[in-house]
Design a protein around this ligand. Structure first.
Ligand code: NI
Length: 177
């Protein structure tokens, strides 16, 4: 398959609502997901949404191994999630740093629901239903926002905590997601 270039903030497609996937287990769908995996792995990202490689469909992938970044963040199992629906499990919000492959070189503090349930299907149409918290919940909210045309800077409340990664975290190697 292929490493795709990632669209950057400013591209109109990133602001679109993505379409539902209606056909599962097709060669086209598997090819899209393989391209997303190749691209995310190449860029060492924690997640990727299909619109970021120019496909306006409700497909996200994410996963995160401990110590890759954020030493305090929990491991997140590699997941392929289609047609997601998110339900907050409480009104509690948490603030933490986020980056995005579509907003390279920058990071900002973003409030997210601390606990949520997400439902959707895998590439074969099998149901996924999980209740998560912490970094797992944050990654899901970030990636699923991409399907609604929302980029994380649109969620920032305090722009004093938004800036260039190399200035905010000098000397640290921090990847985008
Ligand atoms: Ni992103």
């Amino acid at each position: 398959m292929a490493i795709k270039s990632v669209l950057k903030m400013g591209e109109p497609l990133l602001l679109q609502q993505a379409r539902l996937v209606e056909q599962f287990d097709t060669p086209q769908l598997h090819a899209l997901i393989q391209d997303m995996r190749d691209t995310m792995t190449h860029l060492n990202g924690a997640g990727l949404a299909a619109p970021q490689i120019g496909v306006s469909l409700q497909v996200v992938i994410f996963g995160f191994e401990k110590n890759q970044r954020y030493p305090d963040a929990d491991e997140v199992p590699f997941t392929i999630l289609l047609n997601p629906q998110l339900t907050p499990l409480s009104e509690d919000m948490e603030e933490d740093w986020e980056g995005c492959l579509s907003v390279p070189g920058m990071r900002g503090i973003v409030p997210r629901f601390a606990r949520l349930r997400y439902q959707g299907v895998d590439p074969y149409g099998n149901g996924i239903d999980r209740s998560v918290s912490g970094f797992h919940a944050r990654v899901v909210q970030h990636e699923c926002d991409h399907l609604q045309g929302i980029l994380y800077p649109m969620r920032i409340r305090d722009f004093r905590q938004f800036g260039f990664t190399d200035v905010l975290f000098p000397g640290q190697q921090i990847i985008d997601d």
